[in-house]
Every structure is written in C-alpha cells, then in structure tokens.
Design a protein around this ligand. Structure first.
Ligand code: UD1
Ligand code: UDP
Length: 367
C-alpha cells in the first residue's frame, strides 16, 4: 500500500481533506493517514468539522497552537519531522495555502518524501500576504501539483514548473459543498437567529490586511454600521477579528448597530445554510469567494486582489478593495437584485476527489 499522510491544520483545510480522505479510504492501493498540526484548536475552528464532515479522527495532533508566523512554522516543522521519521510515508498531501501547508511540505521534501499539493497555482501576486509566500514555496517544491482552475495551471507554467507535474482537477471544496448542502439545509440556523431567507447579508472577515490594522477595521465596521440600517447583517466572527475589535476598542461600533448580529464561528452546515439563503455575502475569505460562486450568491470581496480570479471573471464575486463607497455601492446593487450573470467554473462539479485519487494512483505507478 502507498502510504500518504494527509495534512490539516486550519479551518479551510477540513472541507478540502474530507472528500480526499473518503476517496482514499475507498482505494485498495493507498493507505491514508491523517495528521492535524493544531494550527487551529478552538472547538468551533477545528473539532466541530470532524463530526460534521465525517472526517476520521487524526492519528496525531501536533498541537502547535498560535504564535508568530515564523515560530508557528518552526514548531510545525520540528514536530512533523518526527512524525515523518516515525511513519515513513511515501508521500504527503497538503491543501491550500496556510502555514501548515508550507511547513509540512518543506519537511517532507527535505526527507525525500513526495509532496502533493491540492489547490496549486493560485496567485494573488501580493507578497505581503502570508498565504502568497506559502503558495510560492509549496508549489516550488511540490512533486505533483493539482490545480482548481485554468489560471492556476497557467501561473505554474509561467514559473517554469514542468507540465507533466501539473494536473487540472477542479475545486475540491465544491465536492464538500454539493455533498453536504442537503444536510445543511436541514439545520435551523435561520430560526435560531430569527432571520428570514433572502432578507439579510452574511459577513466573514479575518485577513490581517483588514483586521490587524486599527484604521482599516474601524472603517469597515463603520461601513457595516451604515449598511445595517438597510439590511440585517449576520457576522460569524473569526477569533483573530474579535480579539482585535476588543484590543482596538472598537466594540462600540458593534453595540451601536442593532441590525448587525455577531455570532461565534459557525459550524460548516449552519454556515452553508446561512450563506446559501443570504441576499449577498461580504467577505475576505478564499473559500467563501469560491462557495458563493458555486451557489451563485452575490459576493463582495473586501480585498485589493484575489488569487481566485475565476470567481470574478466567471463567478458571482466583485472586488472592492478598501474602498468603502464601493462596498456600499455593490451592497445596494445586490439588495436591488442588480447582480451580474454568473456561471460555475469548469470542474467545480463535486467530482474532484475522484479525479485526484485516479491521478495519484497513476502518477506514482500504483496501477
Ligand atoms: C489562518 C491562515 C489563513 C486562513 C485562516 C482561516 C496562515 C498564515 N493563515 O489565519 O490563510 O485563511 O487561518 O481561518 O496560515 N485563534 C484562536 N483560536 C483558534 C485559532 C486562532 O483564538 O483556534 C486566534 C489566535 O489569537 C491567533 C489568531 O486567531 O493568534 C490567528 O490565528 P492564525 O492561525 O495565526 O491565523 P488565522 O488568521 O486564523
Ligand atoms: N466557514 C464556516 N464557518 C464560519 C465561517 C466560514 O464553516 O463561521 C467555512 C466556509 O464556508 C469555508 C471555510 O470555512 O468552507 C473557509 O474558511 P476560512 O474563511 O476560515 O479560510 P480561507 O478560505 O479564507 O482560507
């Protein structure tokens, strides 16, 4: 059996690894092992997803927790090195662009263990983002690069990566979305929050560029204060964001906004129900930009750039940067049903995991 360690660490990794674990468990050529780095550790940022998404419990949790970028990466590397020496996998599979993705890829490549990168090739061309560095490093050392969209493949070719290492497989998050949507629809989150379908906006925000800078965070919250006069807003809040709202003394902007409803981070099923029934979404999340495109829900992204351009050129996403007038403008467009036509990109079809396992089995000569 070909031994593959699948790595998870932070919230967006769980939705990506769920269908991969399931498909690998059905293969008689691959032995999948799940390792959690512990980058995210709150019940609502980690544990919850294992039950909801039917992911087997990880064999080991490295329990690295939060720290500065470099220290977190260093801790993951040290602890993952020991695991690799003990388990001796043939390959590791990493997803996305979080610190755990890059740190584990570096360890494996130094030990001569093959690295498979799911969601390869995405580029924001903004190196002030920690994730862009993680993407560049991971892709430069990966042995097998699986891209979610054609732009991903083009970026890798431009960087001189050999064509025969790159495969366009589609978007793995959408496998999870389509599979769990019927179950998500059965949750009663709308009743719990006392809101009605199509009558509210949903928000998520956690990028350092938005929430680590007091002025930017204040501007964004002031804009939500204006917006909530016209529409109810539900804001499941990321731990980084709530921490900064408190540290920067911005809580009064929330208290002064009776129609802005803050909740803890939601489980996957409740969040999909919330998002798919919303009038529109405001976000800076990578995954949420993709899911709204797959759901054809208007999405406004509060960032200067995106590594997921297909969500704009084909999907339902619009970028507004830090321009709060533009954020209000697009919000009103969405409220007035004046959104652009959109389509679901190629291979965002719910069958990505099947393609991935087939490619892995062939690429490493297992069949
Ligand atoms: C990380 C990823 C980001 C991803 C996001 C998904 C990196 C560089 N960043 O950002 O790409 O979009 O996860 O959510 O890998 N915290 C808790 N409990 C937790 C986790 C975090 O309280 O379970 C708090 C801590 O104060 C921590 C802060 O949130 O310092 C930030 O966590 P960290 O994992 O460093 O980065 P994220 O902003 O979550
Ligand atoms: N998500 C969730 N609960 C929430 C907010 C988001 O389950 O309260 C899901 C979201 O639907 C997507 C994933 O978390 O599947 C995205 O993770 P996140 O925004 O933390 O990271 P990013 O995609 O920006 O790296």
């Amino acid at each position: 059996m070909y031994k593959i360690i699948n790595v998870v660490g932070a919230r967006p990794n769980f939705m990506k690894i769920a269908p991969i674990m399931k498909q690998m468990n059905g293969s008689n050529l691959i032995e999948p092992i799940l390792v959690h780095t512990g980058q995210h550790y709150d019940e609502k940022m980690s544990d919850l997803f294992f039950n909801e998404l039917e992911i087997p419990r990880p064999s080991v949790n490295l329990e690295v927790g939060s720290d500065s970028q470099a220290k977190q990466v260093a801790k993951i590397m040290e602890r993952f090195d020991d695991i690799c020496n003990e388990v001796k996998p043939d390959a590791i599979l990493v997803v996305g662009d979080v610190n755990s993705t890059m740190a584990c890829s570096l360890v494996a490549s130094k030990l001569g263990i093959k690295v498979i990168h799911m969601e390869a090739g995405l580029r924001s061309y903004d190196r002030s983002m920690p994730e862009e560095i993680n993407r560049l490093v991971t892709d430069s050392i990966a042995d097998l690069l699986l891209t979610p969209s054609a732009d991903g493949t083009e970026n890798l070719l431009k960087e001189g990566i050999a064509t025969d290492k790159i495969f366009f497989v589609g978007n793995i998050m959408i496998d999870t979305l389509f599979h769990f949507l019927p179950k998500a629809n059965k949750t009663n989150i709308l009743e719990k929050l006392n809101i009605e379908s199509n009558d509210y906006a949903a928000i998520t925000l956690h990028r350092p560029s938005n929430v680590d800078n007091p002025l930017n965070l204040e501007n964004i919250l002031k804009t939500f204060n204006i917006l909530q006069k016209d529409i109810k807003i539900v804001f499941p809040i990321h731990p980084r964001t709530i921490k900064n709202i408190k540290t920067f003394g911005l809580g009064h902007l929330i208290d002064d906004s009776p129609n802005l409803l803050l909740t803890e981070p939601l489980g996957y099923l409740e969040f999909q129900k919330l998002m798919s029934n919303s009038k529109f979404v405001i976000t800076d999340s990578g995954g949420v930009q993709e899911e709204t495109t797959a759901l054809k829900i208007p999405c406004i992204t509060v960032r200067e750039n995106t590594e997921r351009p297909v969500t704009i050129t084909e999907g339902s996403n619009e970028l507004v940067g830090f321009d709060m007038e533009k954020l209000l403008y697009y919000s009103h467009k969405a409220m007035n049903n004046q959104w652009k036509e959109s389509k679901i990109p190629v291979y965002w079809d719910g069958n990505t995991a099947v393609r991935v396992i087939d490619i892995i089995e062939k690429y490493f000569g297992l069949k």
